[in-house]
Design a binder for this molecule. Sequence first.
Ligand code: AMP
Length: 278
Amino acid sequence: MAIFKDINSLRHWRQSLRGPLALVPTMGNLHDGHLALVKLAATRAEQVLVSIYVNPLQFGPREDFANYPRTLGRDLQRLHDAGCQTVFTPDDGLMYPRGRQDISIVMPPRSLSKVLCGASRPGHFAGVCTVLGKLLHIVAPEILLLGEKDYQQLRIVQQMVADLNLNVQVLPGPLQREADGLAYSSRNTFLNPAERQVAPLLAQTLFDLARRSTSAADIASLTTEGWERLEQAGFLPDYLELCDAQTLQALDVPQPDARWFGAARLGQTRLIDNVIVP
Ligand code: AMP
């Protein structure tokens, strides 16, 4: 297995490649959602590179950067078992050699980045776009794999790639779920056993809203119903919204190409999920 920790050796390897390269950027603590992206990448490109880097720039001051699960040894083993041979594991010194203040950043469009998660996580998507901009320049992949679990991130990065004329194809991977419907997430490891039992209700609520919103005239009362259901189960909802899947703007009447988006805290853990309207 080749584990690159610096830019020169990575670029040297990259230049030796013949066929297309797919990049799967992650923050580690890999689960089956990540591995599905790696497998999808392998069907589209000759070579797959997985990056593992917990990007401090995308965490707010009161968020879980310090506690974010870091499980590099196990991650490398999982990738090895899945047949992935190349990994990029930069550190903060490599990614932000001048620190994180007063650096050039990539600012995503307001309309996409101030809604949903962006409303309660100021600066988050600028941090995501900046690190992905850097990774794309360092790695120069032909294909970039992003999961629909972070659907807002996917839309923002698609827009960044278009706006900045980046020469990469963004390939979305379907959202992967546990058997009980809970979306795989690195943060699920924070859930205690009681919370883990309740957690699938977020997905169940979104699926229920998606099914009923096709015929419902009143999206607002559906939303209230879903919100109360989550609160009664012990969630602290952040948002529950039907949005246009392209513009991410909230909808008050059903339309084609819409998605339900939800984010809610369960104990110390913030869960997000989204479901397409059938
Ligand atoms: P993360 O390590 O959380 O930054 O995620 C890395 C990539 O994996 C992102 O493109 C995520 O959208 C994707 N991802 C995370 N969880 C899932 C999931 N349950 N299903 C599909 N993709 C996922």
